[in-house]
Design a protein around this ligand. Structure first.
Ligand code: MN
Length: 238
């Protein structure tokens, strides 16, 4: 660490890395960042490493052009531009997760749309956009969001939504806090799994727009309850 910071926020960011691995959202890849509340043009993110192993000393500070401040040879993730470009476009966003969580992948590569199927995932709303990187990177890219232009294009597809899927790659979730974005990433994966299980059984009754809004508000009032449990489970390795 190299600037003044709130140790509790850094601790939550470290814990979030471990929770997301323990809950099957991140594996050896993927990342979470949080905007610096003391410097809104900066964000905190781990150096390029497996999320399960992140500790407070591994957290770096980036500006919104996704350059590491006071770099001293330290590198963060290749896809850091996802974070910087979303923070630029979305002043309401204070935390971002990029993951490859498996159950969402089918909804990025088929015409099937991810839609809220249960009350825990009402935040998804009526539509979840899909980012097609071929529109910007052509047909021979490695699908990675490896520069500002690709990050900006993804942020524009995300728009005002809480989640965007990335075709053949994964997804991005945003929130106003670490606790909210962790909840959203976990329940996006959960919704995708349940929706894929339901589709072969028959026509799905999705949440109405009104139900989605009401359940999202309800969920936001209870973010701390699952957070405390996920934290305990991650720390106990179960
Ligand atoms: Mn990725």
């Amino acid at each position: 660490m190299n600037t003044t910071h709130d140790p509790a926020l850094i601790d939550d960011l470290v814990v979030a890395n471990h929770i997301l691995v323990n809950q099957g959202v991140l594996d050896g890849f993927g990342h979470i960042s949080v905007r610096d509340p003391a410097h809104l043009q900066r964000f905190f993110i781990a150096r390029s490493m497996a999320p399960a192993l992140v500790q407070a000393d591994d957290i770096l500070v980036c500006d919104l052009d996704s350059n590491v401040i006071d770099e001293r040879g330290r590198k963060t993730y290749l896809e850091r531009f996802i974070h910087g470009e979303i923070y630029k476009l979305r002043p309401d966003v204070n935390a971002v997760i990029h993951s490859h969580s498996p159950s969402v992948i089918p909804f990025g590569v088929t015409g099937a749309r991810l839609r809220p199927i249960c009350h825990m995932s009402g935040f998804l709303g009526a539509t979840t956009p899909v980012y097609e990187i071929r529109h910007n990177a052509g047909e021979n890219s490695d699908l990675l969001v490896r520069n500002h232009a690709l990050g900006k294009a993804l942020a524009e597809v995300l728009g005002d939504h809480p989640v965007a899927l990335m075709r053949g790659h994964g997804s991005v979730a945003v929130g106003s806090s670490i606790q909210q974005v962790v909840y959203r990433a976990i329940y996006t994966e959960n919704n995708a799994r349940l929706q894929a299980m339901s589709m072969p059984l028959g026509e799905i009754t999705y949440l109405t727009d009104g139900e989605a809004r009401a359940t999202a508000e309800m969920g936001d009032q209870h973010l701390d309850r699952p957070w405390q449990m996920w934290k305990r489970d991650a720390q106990q390795g179960r």
